[in-house]
Design a protein around this ligand. Structure first.
Ligand code: CP
Length: 307
């Protein structure tokens, strides 16, 4: 089945065929990402609103670049100076923006899991989830999978470790849905407090021993420790966490020669990985960022029917 969805709310709702289609369309856009040769016509006449209720560097900037490269009219909604600070609800905010007319897509990041689903039920425009609470970050999952497919030539049959704060991670959930649908084996690794055994029910392998898992992996995706989402201390100290679950040169020697080291950003350098690993030859972190623009161009083109 090819793309038929009006929204992109999560990879849980996408079929393997739809995910593959986004990757294929993104691959087609990849050559134009590095060129600044003026806007295309794909989204000419369409308006996209970027509604970010949480901070973002990569996602917000790459969505805006993608929208402008496709020729859309772009509106960046500034939450801090809006009537949201006067307690206007999300639904009222979005419906009022839409009432100004001609809004085709709303790209939203929100701290509450499920906020994009609520928005999709409240407005006529397409909704693209740019990260909701601890639920999903579908375009991050897609750009991670695109990077794996580009670098290793396939996804099916690969072993992918996602390491760190799985419990609070929307990136982990989107990667898990997307990678398992495409036939990869996903290992979730971290302290018992941050990697609930319940994830095994979603098709993942769960481990609390990074050194035992590393030699078997084709890809190691290191997640950020999200101190802002931690309600209680899940490990004795950051130093302890880093000693058991951080990647440094010594631990990298346990991996296969062609392993890919990934991170969605922002990196806590010295916690999830040392600068030498983050900037080293196995790291594809900046290629993930470049692919983010191509993936977001593909998603915008598909939800609007331009592709
Ligand atoms: N990976 C990611 O979502 O980064 P930002 O928070 O900077 O958008």
């Amino acid at each position: 089945m090819k793309w038929t969805q009006k929204h992109l709310l999560g990879l849980e709702e996408c079929s393997a065929e739809e995910i593959t289609q986004v990757l294929d369309v993104a691959e087609g856009f990849r050559p134009v990402v590095g060129r600044n040769d003026g806007p295309r016509d794909d989204l000419r006449g369409k308006a996209v609103v970027n509604l970010f209720f949480e901070p973002s560097t990569r996602t917000r900037t790459s969505f805006e670049l993608a929208e402008r490269r496709l020729g859309a009219t772009v509106v960046n909604f500034d939450v801090a100076t809006s009537s949201v600070v006067k307690d206007e609800t999300l639904r009222d905010t979005a419906r009022n923006i839409e009432a100004m007319g001609g809004i085709d897509v709303v790209v939203m990041r929100h701290g509450c899991s499920g906020a994009p689903q609520l928005l999709a039920r409240s407005i006529n425009a397409s909704v693209v989830n740019a990260g909701d609470g601890q639920h999903e970050h579908p375009t991050q999952g897609l750009l991670d999978i695109l990077t794996i497919r580009q670098k290793l030539g396939r996804v099916a049959g690969l072993k992918v470790a996602i390491v760190g704060d799985i419990a609070h991670s929307r990136v982990a959930r989107s990667n898990l849905w997307g990678l398992t649908k495409l036939g990869a084996e996903v290992w979730l690794v971290g302290p018992t407090t941050l990697v609930p055994k319940a994830f095994a029910k979603l098709g993942a392998k769960v481990s609390h021993d990074l050194d035992a898992v590393l030699p078997h992996m084709d890809v190691v995706n290191m997640l950020r420790v999200q101190t802002e989402r931690l309600e209680e201390q899940p490990f004795p100290s950051v130093r302890e966490y880093s000693r058991l679950f951080g990647l440094d040169r010594e631990r990298l020697e346990l991996t296969k020669p062609g392993v890919l080291i990934m991170h969605p950003g922002p990196i806590n350098r010295g916690v999830e990985m040392t600068p030498e690993v983050a900037d080293g030859p196995r790291s594809v972190i900046l290629e993930q960022v470049t692919n983010g623009v191509a993936v977001r161009m593909a998603v915008l083109a598909l939800v609007t029917g331009a592709r």
